[in-house]
Design a protein around this ligand. Structure first.
Ligand code: NI
Length: 211
């Protein structure tokens, strides 16, 4: 990092932390949090009460629990497969960023599990989240569940979502947080991935925290 850039980055970092909670409540159209380097080498989300046990189902309807990923870094994104723009863009950049990272860090990349969790369990069946995830990456796992299971997981991960009005055609949008979280091998929150800045920025952020 350019030493002259440090004070400014520290300010950005402080701002990102100060606004971390309000940003997490923003709607689908907003970008994720942007972070500068912390300067002291500590993960920006260290100690944050984000993430924890859930029980959901994968594309085959098989139960998947947070504890199943013990020992793995995890990238977690909540969204929905009918999302017209933000979710596909975020998931694509996250997947591209992970592939970029894997080019230079193949062994470490194998320790990262990307996970997509729907906030639209009504339409996102196991097969549907499976198809959506497979369209972006063969590593990405898509998860759904009952409305209660999804609500519980979203609360645990500090994710907001709200179903919009149904159109005459039966369609609807879902407002939701669009934050891409990175967790460590014990499930501890580390950082958010800056999908709004593109795949290179995602790969750079992974390189900071995946060891
Ligand atoms: Ni979306």
């Amino acid at each position: 990092m350019n030493r002259l850039a440090m004070p400014r980055n520290k300010l950005i970092f402080a701002a990102a932390i100060a606004f971390a909670v309000p940003l997490s409540l923003s709607a689908c159209g907003s970008a994720g949090t942007q972070q500068g380097a912390s300067g002291d080498g500590r993960p920006p989300l260290e100690g944050a009460k984000i993430g924890g046990p859930f029980e959901l189902v994968d594309k085959d309807g098989k139960a998947v629990r947070w504890s199943d990923f013990a020992g793995k870094y995890r990238i977690v994104y909540f969204g929905y497969t009918y999302c017209p723009d933000v979710c596909p863009t975020d998931v694509q950049r996250m997947s591209q960023g992970l592939r970029l990272y894997a080019k230079d860090h193949a062994a470490l990349a194998d320790k990262i599990q990307p996970i997509f969790i729907t906030v639209d369990p009504q339409r996102d069946t196991p097969a549907k989240v499976g198809e959506f995830a497979a369209a972006f990456s063969d590593k990405l796992i898509g998860l759904t569940g009952t409305p209660e299971q999804i609500a519980s997981a979203a609360k645990t991960f500090r994710v907001f979502y709200s179903k919009g009005e149904t159109s005459p055609g039966g369609g609807y949008l879902v407002d939701h947080s669009s934050i891409t979280y990175l967790f460590g091998p014990q499930g501890e929150p580390l950082a958010t991935l800056p999908t709004d800045l593109g795949p290179e920025a995602v790969a750079d952020e992974l390189a900071k925290w995946v060891k």
